[in-house]
Write a protein that binds this ligand. Structure first.
Ligand code: GAP
Length: 529
């Protein structure tokens, strides 16, 4: 039976075997930023390849795109990110740590330690007034803050956050444990800013994209004009996104730089519900087909009050990650974004003059109103069968590549007792395994290394292979088990007699003999790549 994986086991395996390292480790590391090592980059590339194969290559109705990370600032004005992309945060007065209000946990009265009770009392005293007065003042201030933020964010669910913010006096700081020691909630902008241009006078504030999706909307017209796509069709993209997250979490689960795989699927209004269901099923099956256990995967429908105002429906694909309280966490969101984004960009295009007039100061610009005949605007679609023009609806499956990598690692991780020893292994699906085949001469003599190198040189043209001649063969097998390599080939004494080798299966540890001539075909079949 497979063991319940702990995140610590995964982090330590990732470091030990070169999957994932802390960024800038030689300088003490950079919080929430990670580097993929030799095995990790292969795994991550395989996850991206598997997504691209399923979402683009195997479909006749999806094309790909690769947009720049820096885009015209008006993109973010139109999308709403420039004004609204914020988290509601509160700062602990004791340790100055900022935490998302919706992530704060209440301290159970009976679980408060003496230290926490004393700390809370001291803080309330130092703020002046009785605890009751404090709470009442805090609540009225919070009301004002919530109202102002309500207009500025769609990233968080303000109503839910507001409900929680009302009793911050009972909330516990996840860093130092102080209870009720928070400032009033305030919005925290999530987009990273940078400057473009060498001269101080004409340098322009730019944003690192917080999602890849907007590059797709901005290129909708280009794709329509240069390809033969007809609605329904999708545009897919994989790329880096950046968010100045307040709280980062659990290794590569929530980081400030991450990779997304997003599809914007354009369809005729009225057919959107059907496409929403289609993509829900397709995306759920993608995870299952790549080996995630069904019991660790589920859908979570968003409540109506959780939905962004433009979204008609949204469902998360959730995975049971081994952190928090063994919690279900979002892997991917699938949203019905209606015609919101294309209509917003049409408004943005009408606003461009104002942008020049204000020297690009987004804060001073209001988006122009929508044209009355917006349905025939520059981002509309002409249906030549029905002879009508409209702005298509969009179904958006948006997956996190790094989160998927983490889920695949967690799900594949296993430990078992073999002849009194612990065997650590990663039971990756062959498509995801960083190395497909390990090739070993049993000993470094009698011509075995030469045969093994020939086999290695032949097979590496088709699969990612690893050659190893050092140490006992059992230890070489264990190293490959830990890297998730599905097959190992050993060249031994019998190979010299009859040109057969042993082929060992990672999961069952069964070994069969197979002729060197048939290796490539056999492996191709088994690996199903
Ligand atoms: N275009 C829609 C969009 O960006 P989202 O739910 O904010 O939606 C989609 O992000 C996916 O991107 C998430 O389900 C998650 O897998 C991944 N993601 C978002 N923020 C992330 C972060 N800070 N670190 C790692 N992955 C993240």
């Amino acid at each position: 039976m497979s063991k319940i994986t702990k995140l610590d086991d995964i982090v330590s395996l990732c470091k030990r075997r070169g999957f994932i390292f802390q960024s800038s480790e030689i300088y003490g590391g950079l919080a929430s930023c990670y580097d993929y090592g030799p095995l990790g980059v292969e795994l991550k590339n395989n996850v991206k390849k598997a997504w691209w194969k399923s979402v683009v290559q195997m479909r006749d109705d999806v094309v790909g795109l690769d947009c720049s990370i820096l885009m015209h600032p008006m993109v973010w004005k139109s999308s709403g990110h420039a004004d609204k992309f914020a988290d509601l945060i509160a700062e602990c007065k004791k340790c100055n740590t900022r935490t998302r209000v919706d992530h704060l946990q209440a301290a159970a009265e009976d679980k408060k330690t003496d230290k926490e009770i004393e700390l809370t009392k001291q803080l309330l005293d130092s703020m002046g007034g009785s605890p009751a007065e404090q709470t009442s003042r805090r609540q009225s201030d919070i009301g004002g803050a919530i109202d102002s933020i309500r207009q500025h964010t769609e990233h968080i669910d303000i109503d839910a956050a507001a409900a929680k913010a009302q009793d911050l006096s009972n909330k516990i700081c996840p860093n130092c444990g102080a209870v009720g020691a928070f400032t009033d909630p305030m919005p925290f902008k999530l987009m990273f800013e940078t400057q473009m241009g060498a001269n101080v006078d004409d340098s322009m504030t730019m944003y690192l994209r917080p999602e890849t999706a907007q590059g797709i909307f901005a290129n909708f017209r280009n794709v329509l004009d240069t390809t033969r796509v007809k609605i329904p069709f999708g545009i897919a993209q994989i790329g880096k996104s950046f968010r100045n997250e307040v709280t980062t979490k659990a290794f590569i689960f929530r980081t400030r730089e991450f990779e997304q795989a997003e599809l914007e699927f354009f369809c005729e209004p009225g057919t959107d519900d059907q496409w929403f269901e289609h993509w829900k099923e397709a995306r759920f099956n993608w995870y299952l087909n790549l080996g995630l256990k069904k019991e660790n995967l589920r859908f979570r429908e968003h409540d109506p009050d959780e939905l962004a105002h433009y979204a008609k429906g949204c469902v998360d694909v959730e995975y049971r990650f081994p952190f928090g309280s063994g919690d279900w966490q979002e892997l991917e969101g699938i949203a019905n974004r209606t015609d919101f984004d294309l209509r917003q960009h049409q408004r943005g295009m009408r606003t461009l003059n104002k942008w020049y007039e204000t020297n690009g100061d987004l804060a001073k610009i209001e988006l122009s109103a929508e044209a009355e005949d917006y349905q025939s605007g520059p981002l509309s679609y002409f249906d030549d069968q029905q002879k009508k023009r409209y702005i298509p609806y969009v179904i958006e499956p948006s997956a996190g590549i790094d989160r998927s990598v983490l889920a695949f690692l967690v799900d594949a991780y296993d430990e078992e007792e073999v002849r009194g020893e612990t065997r650590n292994l990663l039971r990756f699906s062959p498509a995801l395994a960083p190395v497909k085949v390990g090739i070993f001469p049993l000993v470094k003599k009698e011509g075995m290394p030469e045969i093994a190198v020939n086999i290695y040189n032949d097979l590496k043209r088709y699969f990612n292979c690893f050659y190893d001649e050092k140490g006992a063969v059992g230890r070489r097998y264990r190293r490959q088990d830990e890297a998730g390599t599905p097959f190992c080939i050993t060249i031994d004494g019998q190979t010299l007699q009859d040109q057969t080798v042993t082929l060992r299966d990672r999961d069952s540890m069964d070994q069969i003999r197979i002729s060197t001539d048939g290796l490539k075909t056999h492996l191709r079949d088994k690996l199903d790549l």
